[in-house]
Design a protein. Sequence first.
Length: 417
Amino acid sequence: MPHKYHPESLMMTHGYKPELSEGAVKTPIFQTSTFVFQTAEEGKAFFEVAYGLREKGQDENLGLIYSRINNPNLEILEDRLCLWDQADDCAVFESGMSAISSVLLEFLKPGDLLIYSAPTYGGTDHFIHDLLKKIGVHSIAFRPEHTKADILKMIEDSGLADRLALIYVETPANPTNDLFDITLCAEIAQQYNDQSSGRKVFVAVDNTYMGPIWSQPLQLGADIVMYSATKYIGGHSDLIAGAVLGDAEVMQRVKTLRTFLGNMVSPHTAWLMLRSLETLKIRMEAQMNNAIKVADYLQEHPKVEKVHYLGCISEGTKAYELYKKQYSSPGAMVSFDIKGGEKEAFKFLNQLKLMKLAVSLGSTESLAQHPASMTHIGIAEEEKIEFGILPSLVRLSIGVENAEDIIWDIEQALEVV
Ligand SMILES: *Cc1c(COP(=O)(O)O)cnc(C)c1O
């Protein structure tokens, strides 16, 4: 029996052949726009496959053509990302928004209905309400408290049930850590699938907060997984990138659109991500261990109203059941409501010394921000209140520093409030 390695054991080597690169132990950067064909016949064969004019032969590899279509750095990175999510294929993009908007454009067309979990990332929310609306895509938001029956009723009441095309889920939701049930969404999609007409409703999950280490949405019934790889996957606040994963059929569509939008990641950024993947698991685990301590500390603090952290969900609740079903960790994103409002939140943020006051998340350094006036400022005032994005809410992305130093920083900042 061949031994089956864990993904973290393969992040240094998988998909790379040193003998093709002078024996270099690390993947070089293939900083090239185009690739030389050995013969004209070979070039023709590569193009036939790349353009989908014929199926790839059994032992045939899609040869290298041009770096908008494929490049060794991108291909090795995509092969490695597939291991965590157990996906057939992956496509890496120049940003998380690029990955998300490409999925929305590929799986929705004018007149279609999109249902999506709310709140969702500010950029995604804007894309749904601006560009998708402009091209005639209808959308309905659902909330964590909505049951399957509630969501089915929303779809039926819209009068567009026959045009439902995509269910978009971001879980845990940024910045509140609200949880949504991926399997429930897959069950809803199933009800509208129709084998005889070939109709399929797709379920797409933004897995940026918990993936790929602690959550595998494809195993829970999702069809498409998306990442802002800028966050944990990149993990060092030094690059912008995105990724989409799914089965071969889904990825054929995503990769074809990427070829013609031209929004693939650059070889250099892909190379940086290959380096990042080697430490992904140990970084995320160190961040989680720190976050558990930070959340415990905040929960006991008299100036803190409420801590929004997966590890703080009360046992015996529906949310707790879902947390345990969907995730293998409480994660490293901790939001909390400070007693008071914007004034108190700003005092706290301005006083931080070790943690940086910046948006983004998932990096080695701890970051703090104020969602209501920063990442989620574009959301309508009444929706902010409904979603719990209050003036008192502070979002922390916990890094790999020593937990005692992070807690010292929070303590001295809360002191001045
Ligand atoms: C940051 C983020 C995005 C957007 O990704 P970019 O890489 O900034 O384009 C999408 N979804 C979530 C949950 C995010 O945190």
